[in-house]
Design a binder for this molecule. Sequence first.
Ligand code: IPM
Ligand code: MN
Length: 340
Amino acid sequence: MSTTRTHRVAVIGGDGIGPEVTAEALRVVAALGVNLDTTPFDLGAARFLKDGFVLDDSTLEQLRGYDAIMLGAIGPALGDSRIAPGTLERGLLLRLRFDLDLYINYRPFRGVAGSLAEGCEFAIVRENTEGPYAGEGGVLRYGTAHEIATQGSVNTRFGVERCVRFAFERASQLSEPRVTLVHKTNVLTFAGDLWQRVTNELAQQFDSVEVNYHHVDAACIYLVESPQRYGIIVTDNLFGDILSDLAGAVSGGIGYAASANLNPARSGPSLFEPVHGAAHDIAGTGSANPLAAISSAALMLDHLEEHDAAARLSRAVADFDAAVRDCRTTDVTDELIRRL
Ligand code: IPM
Ligand code: MN
């Protein structure tokens, strides 16, 4: 059962396969009977190449007024040197994450049949507004022999606390409640110590949750060799970025990996996007896996409190996965809709 509400959703299809997979996700949501009132926003590499526009204050304010934002993928084709690195990442994607205070990047994984993580379900809770992504640093004496580049990592007690708390809350809903803090406390002693102390403090409030700690390098081995040891992984922005690509690979491929950039305080819309990029090499071939975008839509439905529709969709995707490996994009969606 879906609710009778209509949700206003801003849709940024973006570049490469982004618009294709987003269209499939919208098709599935419609088949579930959930009412969306969508508005397309032309943003991304193609737009930038057309007229130099990335994102401005007034567009950001417009986006703030929606119930949710769906994003396909943003980015130029590999080797396209017309767009300087960071232009769209900092100017668009990170600006949305930071300015809309999307402080959690929630990335659930379910190992599909035949993958290294077959049968495992776990999630990465990635801090999404601080760490090395905060952009602290700069360059001195640019281009000279005495050049200095610094890139700091910002870790506030406020930011770490709200992230770790979210991880504990999610973990406490699991049948086997487990949180693993992943960091590099043996080298990044200042930030690592803050993350560890905050985790220890919050553990006192969540008696039912088993708490572990892994160094990030060891976590890379465990994700490949024994992913079943994880429930919720909580980690900083950069470690979370890297680990989620690895988690995607061991779970069957990045084409399945969904994400929710969440503002759990609900002071504005949250943003839902596949973990994968624009994949220009396969754009327009009809061979992109739409399941990451579709699973991201399931996360959106859950956030919009369309819990029944979200659960139906997640179940249908879970029953499905490996079977789609060599299917066409639209065939995957057709079959999924048939099974709903
Ligand atoms: C991701 C992406 C982004 C990130 C890039 C495109 C800025 O890799 O969502 O994981 O690093 O967060
Ligand atoms: Mn990434």
